[in-house]
Design a protein around this ligand. Sequence first.
Ligand SMILES: Cc1cc2nc3c(=O)[nH]c(=O)nc-3n(C[C@H](O)[C@H](O)[C@H](O)COP(=O)(O)OP(=O)(O)OC[C@H]3O[C@@H](n4cnc5c(N)ncnc54)[C@H](O)[C@@H]3O)c2cc1C
Ligand code: SF4
Length: 480
Amino acid sequence: MQSIPSETLIIDRKARANMPFYDLDLRPPTLRTCDFEDVVIDFSTERAMLEAARCIHCPDPAPCMLACPTHNDIPSAMWLIEQGRFSDAADLYHQTSSLPEICGRVCPHEALCQGSCVLNKHHTPVLTGELETFAVDYQRRNEGRVIPLAPPTGRRVAIIGAGPAGVACADQLVQRGHEVTIFESKPAPGGLLVYGIPNFKLPKDVWFEKWEEFERAGVKFVGNAYIGKDKTIDGLFNEGFSAVFIGVGSEVDAKMENTPGTDLPGVYEATDFLIRGNVDPKLLPSEMTRPLEVGKRVVVIGGGDTAADCLRTALRLGSEEVTCLYRRTEKEMPGGKTDRAMAREEGAKYRFLTQPIRFMAGENGRLAAVECLEMKLGEPDAKGRRKPIPIEGSNFSVACDTAVLALGYWPDPIIGKTTPDLETHDWGLITADKKTGSTSREGVFSGGDCVTGPDLVVTAMVAGRKAAWAIDEYLKNKKS
Ligand SMILES: Cc1cc2nc3c(=O)[nH]c(=O)nc-3n(C[C@H](O)[C@H](O)[C@H](O)COP(=O)(O)OP(=O)(O)OC[C@H]3O[C@@H](n4cnc5c(N)ncnc54)[C@H](O)[C@@H]3O)c2cc1C
Ligand code: SF4
């Protein structure tokens, strides 16, 4: 429900809809490819107030609220921002979101809140994500934020994985008085917010400032702890934890099966490439600290957002010719349009209906070219996407010294294999109730990408929050 009912506002909706629109300010492509800094220039207070004043305040429930997976009260926040009450707006976002400054930056707004704004019909939608970012950053930087805590319950909960799902679960549990320890296989918390999404989309200092809020609220972090190997879930119960939340994501790179040459020097998996290309070496696991050797001609194979992130990372690492090879056409690409448009602006090229079939070495034994086949589109598959079909004899080669495979992700099966009676499916995804995150094991809950497969920060966060509420109920009813 909207906390500021739209019918109480005396406003001229027509005049608002016709107000001029000024798009986001972005750093020019020639400048932004010289570094890994944020591409978007932050709103000034005046600019934020002006943009928020374009909201026409649809009747409750507003379509943007419904389209937001965490149901942020966007219209009320717009009103507060318009009035200059930025901290009040930030408080409103925190009621429904554990990571508003992150979601405001990385959500695919055009498919969620912004995409459902009624102004899309005849005008331009309100920049809802950017305004969320503005209000929450404003509060954190000017006043700081203290997470409200309930009196201690004496119950201890273990969370496995410090990505958006795990952190959101921790946020909601400490607010209910439970003691929370997060066990994480990487040295630092954040999951894909640190070890995946590049800095130019989500500056790491934004995340680490956010993390300090959770630390101040008492969330304990144990890094370099790979559950399934260093400890097991049964072991955690034996240590005295009353419940466990699994939020381990879906981070194992899909392989390019039956394709010779993927082991050549110069061929990288997307995760390895993005992590080593983007993350401060001090935050890297020891096996990843070797510097990347990226050449001048890079091909990226895949059509999702990860592929766009790899293209843009390669350009920032100094590569001159950066090309995406994709086996269908642009229409079938799973990645968002905005990321693709930015990659193009920065100099990336796209080559469609192209299937790599062999990575070839040069005289020095390193990657020198990739042999490809031209494809055509056939009948739609089970998901309705037209199948790519090779055109026989259409072989051609693309010269390159670096190739990045951005083909998708699978779950890591280790938790399922080392936890008796924990039900999994499809190569290790954890079977969990959509509303509560409860699994086939009593006291074990799960959510995020390890349940759904690769999805979004906001959906993982929502799953973590919902599981925390269910864990709280479970602990209230548990005798010992
Ligand atoms: C390159 C890239 C770019 C993306 N860009 C966007 C974007 O712009 N917008 C968006 O909304 N989404 C984006 N996503 C998707 C988004 O990052 C994920 O959907 C989200 O992070 C999932 O959250 P999670 O908490 O479920 O898992 P993760 O973020 O994957 O976190 C899981 C954590 O668990 C840890 N872990 C794994 N196994 C174990 C174990 N056995 N023991 C202990 N710890 C373990 C991992 O190290 C990791 O830290 C992107 C993903 C990638 C790969
Ligand atoms: S969480 Fe995402 S979808 Fe919801 S309002 Fe924020 S940017 Fe939009």
